[in-house]
Design a protein around this ligand. Sequence first.
Ligand SMILES: Cc1cc2nc3c(=O)[nH]c(=O)nc-3n(C[C@H](O)[C@H](O)[C@H](O)COP(=O)(O)O)c2cc1C
Length: 489
Amino acid sequence: MADTSTKNGTYKDYGAPHQDLREWLDRVEDLGELQKIDGADWNLEIGAIAEMIYHHTPDDPPTLLFDNIPGYEPGFRILSGMTNSVKRLAMTLGFPEPSGAMDVVRWYRDRMKDFSPIPSRFVNTGPILENVDRDQDVDLLKFPVPFLHELDGGRYIGTGDLVIMQDPDTDWVNLGTYRVMVHDKNTVGLWMSPGKHGRLIREKYFKQGKPCPVAISVGHDPLMFLAAGNEVQYGVSEFSYAAGHRGAPFDMIKSEVNGLPIPAYGEICIEGEIVMDDERPEGPFGEWTGYYASSVREDPVVKISRVYYRNNPIITMARPGRPPSDYTLSKSVIKSALIWDQVEAAGLPGVQGVWCHQNGGGRLFNVISIKQAYPGHSRQAAELCCNVHAGNYLGRWAISVDDDIDPSNLWDVTWAMSTRCDPVDDIDIIRRAWSGPLDPRKRAGDNFNSRAIVDACRPWDWKDEFPPVAESSPELAAKTMEKWKHLLD
Ligand SMILES: Cc1cc2nc3c(=O)[nH]c(=O)nc-3n(C[C@H](O)[C@H](O)[C@H](O)COP(=O)(O)O)c2cc1C
């Protein structure tokens, strides 16, 4: 693949994966998508700047690197929006320059057809050990932990994080991106929604009457974040999954206290135990649904006994809120590709595309496009899109459309819903599905919701009699474009 010029830089073929977040940042700079911001305050300003940029820069917004944060050592930095442009995301995954988000979904999906996770390689040392704070020396607030939204219950060190836990009965190491609030200098709250793998692991330890060991990386390679924040199959380590996308193993170091794997080239990793006998209020937190949805709950805390960090460390932040936010594009792309992969694995033919819209936070408004091949195909598509593991948690709308509809284009999708779907015949409801405390439409304690299965394909039994679409034929459109394209300039 040849290097090409982009709006502000160059899309390069590096021929090898980036070594770590720092080399990745050099590449983002080559791409012309790195914006350095000096002097913003950890107290609301950094969060509000991220919101402003991501609400107002529709095309390829930059990644934001905050430095010289008042009250903190210069060089102690925060990064927002790691993978939130189509080009940055494609570059991170080692793809050619994309022309749009659906290219990345397709390539990711194609890669999954012949994909093997690559186990981590254990090493004895690495930059993450440049500084190690132990026991009494632990002070999480030596880092510029941001206070992100006005009604948050505290400062969140973990948003674009990796919560690393090992199943007590096997050698399976799970990663999840779960929010982490600082209670005090060596105690944090960790919120894992019911059903999440990390929560299942915690419950296993607690049932055995043991505290649950945990390491939390709060600065790292974006490939790891892409894996941790999405529903990778139970029993598969997201470290190996991310390495499969990298095409090479990640180097890990065993943590001092619990022997958990921590990324050797990571930026900051904290280690401790979730304890059963100390619960404190966690939240509220501005969430991906666009609301402060989860009320304050008493949750078991994590006691931190080690902090490992590089010189001049970088916190990788993901600030949820009313969409779009600084990570929602990448969420939509990866989730769409995972759902596509899982519906095909469940036997669904003819899939042309899947898109989980950012408007629904990448979960609540998901569309699948198919080439209809048999009666019932369109229902099967929408139902699977809703029910495969990657699409199941906290969904709302699952919509199937024909192959002339681009599932990522809301004009197309809402036109199909408005014209090819008769609600009484074409909307089914799934009841008591997997929801959780973040669902703004549910009251506290109700962890079920319902799903609308919307069939917005032309009705199979009379699709050939369906009125023709009133737009230029592809030939006329191409001829017009060739002769009159300058009118669009
Ligand atoms: C930025 C971001 C923040 C997230 N925060 C949380 C959270 O606080 N709690 C939670 O249960 N899931 C959260 N998630 C969703 C989980 O990371 C996701 O469901 C993931 O698949 C969990 O890992 P698991 O499948 O191993 O349980 C978040 C995802 C992202 C991308």
